[in-house]
Design a protein. Structure first.
Length: 193
């Protein structure tokens, strides 16, 4: 049974297989970058002078924006195509994380969370792209590999983010590193396929 499932991936044409592997890398790097930042956000906003209540409200900005933008970005991805929507979402997320790295006030911190909240839907687009690329029989295995790669990124990210934060300017270094990761993720999506 297991050999039959593994042979499914070997039957995928070479070009599609490379795209699928690229999507796995995007999933890993996406959650690696994000999880570097997540544990540090509340500490940083409090260091900027926010009360715990304001820190909680500021933290909710991302979730609220994600709630309202997810269906819009998903529909937009269906219309304009996965490659273009992926590239746009990755670039605008990189912009948001770059702004986060420059946040020296609560206002700039909130401003930085807006593009990330609106456009950080790369994992959803990855899943839709994988569904487009593989048959129903292949889907569970491919999605399982994607989720595993993403989860490994989510496990390793806080370790690296915590390490970077121990040094002076660590939050800013982590934010810029996250922005750089999102920019690196755009590499395979800019070229025509």
């Amino acid at each position: 049974m297991n050999n039959a499932k593994c042979s499914i991936l070997n039957q995928i044409p070479r070009r599609r297989k490379r795209i699928i592997q690229c999507v796995y890398v995007v999933g890993f790097m996406d959650l690696f970058g994000v999880s570097m930042i997540i544990p540090l956000l509340s500490h940083h906003v409090k260091a900027l002078g926010a009360s715990p209540t304001v820190a909680g409200l500021v933290g909710s900005t991302y979730g609220i924006l994600q709630l309202f933008s997810s269906t819009i970005v998903g529909s937009w991805s269906d219309v304009v195509g996965r490659r273009y929507s992926m590239l746009t979402c990755l670039l605008l997320s990189a912009l948001g994380y770059g702004l986060l790295g420059m946040s020296t006030s609560i206002g700039l911190f909130v401003l930085a969370r807006i593009p990330v909240g609106l456009f950080k839907h790369s994992l959803s687009i990855c899943r839709a792209l994988l569904s487009d690329l593989v048959s129903e029989a292949e889907r569970p295995l491919v999605m399982g590999h994607f989720n595993a790669a993403s989860s490994v990124g989510f496990i390793l990210g806080p370790v690296v983010g915590g390490y970077l934060t121990e040094h002076e300017g660590g939050f800013y270094t982590s934010s810029f590193t996250c922005a750089a990761i999102f920019l690196l993720n755009t590499g395979g999506w800019g070229e025509g396929r």
